[in-house]
Design a protein around this ligand. Structure first.
Ligand code: AMP
Ligand code: FE
Ligand code: FE
Ligand code: ZN
Length: 285
């Protein structure tokens, strides 16, 4: 079984539509793929409608959180997308992304970059708008040569010249809300230092005590040392460990199934969740 539990579509900052994502996941030989767009579930219906036989879809989201001033991401799986408290918080975060992106456009214009909101809005389409869309505009304008080159202190990195913060959920609140909606939480790329500050192990221990289910260990932004350290921490704290590609289509270099999750861990996630169930592709597993 090949299981990839962290993928983005055009419902947020990926470049595959949800239908393309599930087709590409099947073509990449995956048995299970999770759709985890930033702060939104809007890709679910299209992904389910296009789900090929033999591929199972895990519905999820990647929730924007902040601990002690540090931005972090919480993967949430198999929660009830209609549950009102989690839905309200997700909409708050997603809707705040629009004025925030407009704010980054304004800062870039002050820095002499001729980017417009219309350009960013066109790139984002109906996806929840984020820095990778603004970064794509900077690539189009020839200001930087790649999306990742826009994530520097000069431009869009946390605290960078054109950075604007958005509303982000307290991770303890996120854990509580996801549990209340029948879902499971996994702290995404907790040691991805190149993205900015990371939260201390003591905070991960507090989150484990508050009901966090797992941490993402095998991820492109973790080197071998970070993975070994996180595996030890998970063992100590009784947390599940996952591996995933964090696929964003052509907006990032990673490929589907680049890292995968142990089938036993996947089984445990599905046993703990009761807000939604994995969706088998027609005639599939
Ligand atoms: P936002 O949620 O709008 O603050 O944007 C965060 C997103 O930007 C992440 O989910 C990644 O897709 C992307 N990102 C963050 N850091 C980097 C980086 N160093 N290089 C490329 N993409 C990044
Ligand atoms: Fe992203
Ligand atoms: Fe993330
Ligand atoms: Zn992600």
């Amino acid at each position: 079984m090949r299981i990839d539990l962290h993928c983005h579509s055009t419902a947020s900052d990926g470049t595959d539509t949800p239908a393309e994502l599930v087709r590409n996941a099947a073509a990449a030989g995956l048995d299970v793929v999770a759709l985890t767009d930033h702060d939104t579930t809007r890709g679910y219906a299209e992904a389910i409608a296009a789900l090929p036989a033999g591929l199972t879809l895990v519905t999820g989201a990647e929730l924007s959180c902040r601990f002690d001033g540090i931005s972090m991401h919480m993967l949430a799986y198999l929660f009830d997308p209609e549950e009102p408290a989690l839905l309200a918080e997700r909409e708050l975060v997603r809707d705040d992304r629009v004025p925030r992106a407009r704010g980054m456009v304004a800062k870039l214009r002050e820095l002499g970059v001729p980017v417009t909101w219309e350009q960013v809005a066109r790139i984002a389409g109906d996806g929840s708008v984020g820095r990778p869309h603004v970064a794509t505009a900077l690539v189009e304008l020839g200001v930087v040569s790649s999306v990742s080159d826009a994530f520097t202190p000069d431009w869009l990195a946390d605290g960078g010249r054109a950075y604007v913060a958005k509303h982000e959920t307290d991770p303890f609140e996120a854990i509580r809300l996801v549990k209340g909606a029948g879902g499971v939480t996994v702290f995404a790329h907790p040691a991805a230092a190149k993205r900015g500050l990371t939260v201390p192990d003591s905070a991960i221990a507090e989150m484990a005590a508050a009901g966090l289910d797992g941490i993402e260990v095998d991820h492109m932004d973790h080197d071998a040392d970070a993975r070994a350290r996180l595996r030890g921490l998970a063992k100590e704290l009784g947390l599940l460990t996952t591996g995933s590609s964090d696929y964003h289509g052509s907006r990032k270099t990673c490929v589907l199934g680049e890292y995968t999750t142990d089938p036993e861990v996947y089984g445990e996630i599905t046993r703990r969740a009761f807000g939604a169930f994995p969706v088998p592709g027609a005639g599939g597993v």
